[in-house]
Design a protein around this ligand. Sequence first.
Ligand code: ADP
Length: 411
Amino acid sequence: MKRWFRTLVITIFALAAVSLIVIQFIQTRRTFSISDNMFNVSVNNAMDEVVHQMSGEVFQTAAHPATAFNYQDLDSLIVEELLLNGIDLHPVVGIYDGSQGSFLYTSDSRREESLERSPYRYNFSPIGVVSSGQYFIILAFPETELFLQSNTKVYIYMTIFLLVVIATMFFISLRTLAAQRKLDQMKTEFINNMTHEIKTPISTIGLACEMLRDDSVSQDAATRSNFLGIIADENQRMRVLVETILQSAKMSNKNFSINPKKVDINTLVSTVLQSFRLTLSNRGGTIETHLDADPSVLDADELHLTNMVYNLVDNAIKYSVDAPRIEVGTLCKEGHIILTVRDHGIGIAKENQKRVFEKFYRVSTGNVHNVKGFGIGLNYVSQVVRLHHGHIALESELGEGSTFTVSLPMV
Ligand code: ADP
């Protein structure tokens, strides 16, 4: 997916999500206000009926409402009428005498203040009342908010739920897009690096073959052996390269297993180091060996162990500036064979030391080094160690060099 297209998709998605949030917000407020209006209409309808009934036969006899009314009957009449209009609430009821500016009756004296502030006031003039006072029935609903909320609660919860779902999907899509982009980048880098790494030994082998075809060169036994050595080394490099890529893919499979047999680690290390002879002499480097493991035999998969040592030594050379100085050693300790590969190369910064064992991870090079690679060598090495129930450790100092220590159980 092109970068501009991806940006466009993300922008449209973000705009749509924001619009949806705004619409939902407006809609929710509208629902609140509709519920509010409906509530008012229902209360007014109920109270019309109450006022009508209060002005009827029952209340006509007395001279003053304070003595005329049976307030309990009034309360139950109000509750009944409210219920008939769909409101299942018990309001605070007050009878207010406007001419005196005081309440003749309140169903809850502690709520007088809310009654005074209440918009639900209904003027009534019972027939037969001599007093010219203005009488009001006032209702207060301390639980109105709760009542309205319970009506709109489901709607609000649904809205919030849908918004959370949309936002989650949006972020998942963004992450998937980012991951896809990274994967694309890694794929391109991998193909570029592989082409480079395979092209180099192929052209070196081609060149060596050309030289061997030349009669004047092939007559000399030492030169001939030198070129044959180059071919063998480069062939080994390609073999390990291909093997590392293939085996690393296979190792991801849970059912992958190794083929252990008796392997002499000192002999194995010496054989691997042989194939770096020419590379080292070309770069004026040296390898110091301390193959002190005794006994040196362990149960291991020879092929994977060979590739493991090859990868570690290859890195030690690759990531050394100028002439590489490498030290390789083996020793026995507490039932384990310890293999160390030390270099005095560019080293690895603390923050990258854990990550170098991740698949495809390469320390971002900057100006530090310009070495080609796939970022799977150390991951493969750590997988081999794991399959042998061993342990790998890295000690490194930026600019000073690195030491990889592999410890493998002898039985
Ligand atoms: P690569 O093919 O890039 O060498 P590896 O998995 O072998 O992949 O190594 C991962 C990264 O770890 C390398 O890109 C490099 O930055 C760092 N690294 C590995 N070995 C060494 C070393 N001996 N010295 C310095 N850096 C190293």
